[in-house]
Design a protein around this ligand. Structure first.
Ligand code: RNT
Ligand code: ZN
Length: 417
């Protein structure tokens, strides 16, 4: 059946429960999703592409064809962008700098190292977000950066993160946009520490020093990402959930909720409504933890749908900034990127096709029977037909058409690397 025909039937079916599918599509088109650059090259970056990934995070797999240069990563990203509907941003890490052949120390990274990224992003019509890189470096080798007991090491990382705030501000100004500056620290103890308080106090003081730098908040929004544990930091992670939530609420900055950074039965979909009562804006790292922070490709599962529902039901799209964070090196990376990004969009659309007010009313009236019955029935409404129409109007491949194109790109480009 043609997309048109299926869409008009779906439109009718949704109209019967009070859902305007055209309005849903129009609203979805405005919600940006920040695609993480690091799916393209296994978090290596261009500072030292042959160096080891450290900081307690790991990519697994050695599928051929990863991007080895800035040009390759940009070409790959453009391919992905052509497969993913909706408004897109790219989330860059400091190690993805364009050093123009020079060796640039982390604490000396400058706005000019991102000029070529800005030009490219403008050209392809996407926004940019930023991340300091406090890992994969000799001075983070013993597992500590901003909370390091040695003041000289702390100073180095404080300088790096301040440099990154300036870069984010510069990008925001150049692009007439607000760039998220997402700060994640790997700091933690492998084994049981004696003085957790002192380490966390050092972290707090370093962050305070970083935030004291004069940066225009109009262009740069700082956000701090917590974590439960990392490989090699199993016994105590300094920037734990409690640390970050308290810090961000008290200091008035954003916080980042990464779907893989909590105990296995905790979900970030349940955290948003609490956090947003006390913190103005939140960044998400949408990921898929499998038993641990494994960063599997995001699939269209219950938690992804629940995250989208929390945003859409409460009209939080201006307060919740959606970013993706996963890295799978065991399958075609372009496909991995695309699958997760399309799923994020698909989940948002699914949430937009819900007659929320009617469900809310049932809940308020204590009619939990209707609430459950209807939620289950709506699951098999013709979401796919609306999704196909959305892809069509966005000018991206419909259904699995993108896969053949990704395979062709693999044959023509990736396999030759
Ligand atoms: C690590 C954090 C962090 C990184 C990226 C590369 O556990 O999730 O966000 O994945 O910054
Ligand atoms: Zn993350």
């Amino acid at each position: 059946m043609s997309i048109d025909k299926a869409y008009s039937l779906a439109k009718e079916q949704y109209a019967a429960i009070g859902v305007d599918t055209d309005a849903a599509i129009a609203r979805l088109k405005k919600i940006p999703v920040s695609l993480h650059c690091w799916q393209g090259d296994d978090v290596r970056g261009f500072e030292n592409p042959d160096g080891d990934l450290t900081g307690g995070i790991q990519t697994t797999g050695n599928y051929p064809g990863r991007a080895r240069t800035i040009a390759e990563l940009r070409a790959d990203f453009e391919k992905v962008a052509s497969f993913v509907p909706g408004k897109k941003r790219i989330s860059l890490h400091a190690i993805y700098l364009d050093a123009m052949g020079e060796k640039v120390e982390r604490n000396a990274v400058q706005p000019k190292h991102f000029d070529s990224w800005i030009d490219w992003a403008k050209k392809i019509g996407i926004g940019i977000d930023f991340n300091p890189t406090c890992f994969s470096h000799p001075l983070s080798g013993d597992g500590f950066t901003l909370a390091h007991p040695d003041p000289a090491v702390r100073k180095f990382w404080i300088e790096h993160v301040i440099a990154c705030r300036k870069i984010a501000e510069y990008i925001g100004r150049k692009m007439n946009d607000r760039t998220m500056n997402n700060i994640w620290l790997p700091d933690g103890f492998k084994d049981i520490p004696v003085d957790r308080y002192a380490a966390r106090k050092r972290m707090m003081e370093s962050l305070d020093e970083i935030l004291a730098a004069d940066i225009d908040k109009k262009y740069c929004a700082d956000t701090l990402e917590s974590k439960l544990f990392g490989i090699g930091a199993e016994s105590c992670t300094i920037t734990s959930n409690e640390f970050c939530i308290c810090y961000c609420a008290k200091r008035g900055i954003m916080t980042t909720l990464d779907a893989g950074h909590y105990h296995p039965t905790e979900v970030i979909s349940d955290k948003l409504s609490s956090v947003l009562l006390f913190i103005d804006e939140v960044m998400l790292h949408v990921s898929r933890p499998v038993r641990w922070d494994s960063d599997h490709v995001v699939i269209y599962d219950d938690e992804l749908k629940a995250i989208a529902q929390e945003i859409i039901r409460n009209r939080f799209e201006d307060r919740v900034h959606i970013g993706l964070d996963y890295f799978d090196a065991s399958i075609n990376r372009i496909a991995a990127w695309t699958i997760g990004a399309r799923n994020m969009q698909r989940a948002l659309l699914t949430a937009l096709l819900e007659p929320t007010e009617a469900l809310r009313k049932a809940e308020l009236e204590g009619d939990y029977t209707s609430r459950l019955a209807l939620l289950e029935e709506y699951k098999t409404y013709p979401i796919g037909a609306v999704w196909d129409e959305y892809c069509r109007v966005c000018g991206v491949p419909v259904r699995d058409e993108w896969l053949a194109s990704a395979k062709q790109y693999e044959k023509d480009v990736l396999s030759k690397r």
